[in-house]
Design a protein around this ligand. Structure first.
Ligand SMILES: Cc1ncc(COP(=O)(O)O)c(C=O)c1O
Length: 398
């Protein structure tokens, strides 16, 4: 392979995929991998889903891009469907999760500004959070490893320990605009936030006149077995960022908000060249065609149960490898007793893909179209990987 003329920002695994079919990815050499990474929760309907392929092809033959100078019918349709199926009244489309978060942060700050509180621009976030890699979103995530060397941290982000209500209350001040939280931390290690904590946040926001922002970029769009993770909690946010699964592999993000929260985002305050372009809208609408069928989400919940029970069995059989199973629906994590990277590597030798996360967790994020049989196949491969790790360990100690 010729040395690639690429930035060295990614430590890539030497696998080269040529095509995909459902939950399978096939390399250039024809080797098949069971894909429980799904592009990090992106390929929500698996690879080459016929309905998405058809929607993309049909749109490609009509018009690719017109810009937001003009009306885009696909945006009108997709925004209406998102609004009809959520807490929100308004939607802004982006190309990525970080941009959806940027829009969410700007929307919250502008809300306070137009309410006569320009001093309220601080956003409170939580340790372990991940909100993207732009300058504002690395400040929001607050992780030193992502901030280092990029100049002063963007002002206005205050971080408190994960789910620490007292610390949160102490951090709320006259300059607070909003609280930003992932209902289930993804990259932080598949850490669900207890619903009582989200309920307490909602109450604090009401009492203090501040906004609640949910980052559902990873945990949203069907992943938990409901369209949005917050639906399990009885708590609705004022603003929510989406991406990943909503585009099924096509770059697409969205910032959803109530009309009140979006009241500062008037003409000219924000913009994007590509966000909401006709190709993205065709695919986003096609994803919802499939997902808005209640039988689809019911199936996600059923398969998730099979998978989760199987994982619990593996935890009992391999206590030296698996410490805990975490998560909801099909956003699951194995907290490992061996280094998470080793478990991911052992699974890869069994031709199964998963993603490491913080807190020594292996993320399992299969396409939401995964069948019970494919979930069992995944369990068999994790079992073999765990057996190998145990055998290696025995060899080391022998
Ligand atoms: C919870 C969460 N927010 C935001 C982002 C950033 O999304 P993107 O990489 O599309 O900018 C991610 C990406 O992993 C994420 O998991």
């Amino acid at each position: 392979m010729a040395e690639a003329a690429l930035f060295d920002t990614f430590a890539r695994t030497p696998l080269r995929f040529e095509r995909g079919e459902g939950v399978w990815l096939v390399t250039e050499n024809g080797e098949r991998y069971l894909d429980f990474a799904a592009g990090i929760a992106v390929n929500s309907l698996g690879h080459a889903h016929p309905h998405l392929v058809e929607a993309l092809k049909a749109q490609a033959e009509k018009v690719w891009h017109t810009s937001n100078l003009y009306e885009v019918p696909g945006q009108e349709r997709l925004s209406r469907r998102l609004v009809d199926n959520s807490f929100a009244d308004k939607v802004f489309f982006t190309n990525s999760g970080a941009e959806a978060l940027e829009c969410a942060i700007k929307t919250a700050r502008r809300y306070q500004y137009v309410k006569g509180h320009p001093e309220r621009f601080h956003i409170i976030t939580f340790e372990g959070a991940f909100h993207g890699r732009t300058l504002a979103t690395i400040a929001a995530g607050g992780q030193a490893k992502y901030l280092e060397g990029f100049g002063p941290k963007v002002e206005g982000f205050d971080q408190v320990p994960f789910c620490d209500l007292e610390a949160l209350k102490a951090a709320v001040g006259d300059n607070t605009a909003a609280i930003l939280i992932e209902p289930i931390q993804g990259e932080g290690g598949i850490r669900p936030v207890p619903k009582e904590f989200l309920q307490a946040l909602r109450q604090i926001c009401e009492d203090e006149g501040i906004l609640l922002i949910f980052d559902e970029v990873q945990c949203g769009v069907g992943r938990t077995g409901k369209l949005f993770a917050y639906e399990w909690t009885g708590v609705a946010p004022d603003i929510m960022a989406l991406a990943k699964g909503i585009g099924g592999g096509f770059p697409l993000g969205a910032c959803l908000a109530t009309a009140e929260a979006a009241s500062g985002m008037t003409a000219g305050t924000h913009g994007t060249t590509y966000g909401g372009n006709p190709l993205a809208m065709a695919v986003g609408n096609a994803v919802l065609d499939v997902m808005l069928d209640e039988a689809f989400l019911e199936n996600v919940r059923d398969v998730a149960l099979v998978f989760r029970q199987g994982l619990a069995g593996l935890k009992d059989r391999f206590p030296g490898v698996i410490e805990e199973i975490r998560g909801e629906g099909l956003i699951l994590g194995i907290k490992a007793r061996v280094p998470a990277g080793e478990l991911v590597g052992a699974m890869r030798s069994e031709h199964m893909l998963a993603v490491p996360a913080g807190d020594n967790v292996v993320r399992l994020l299969p396409p939401l179209t995964v069948t019970a049989e494919e979930a069992r196949e995944g369990l068999r491969r994790i079992e073999k990987a765990a057996e190998k790790l145990v055998a290696n360990d025995l060899k080391k100690t022998a």
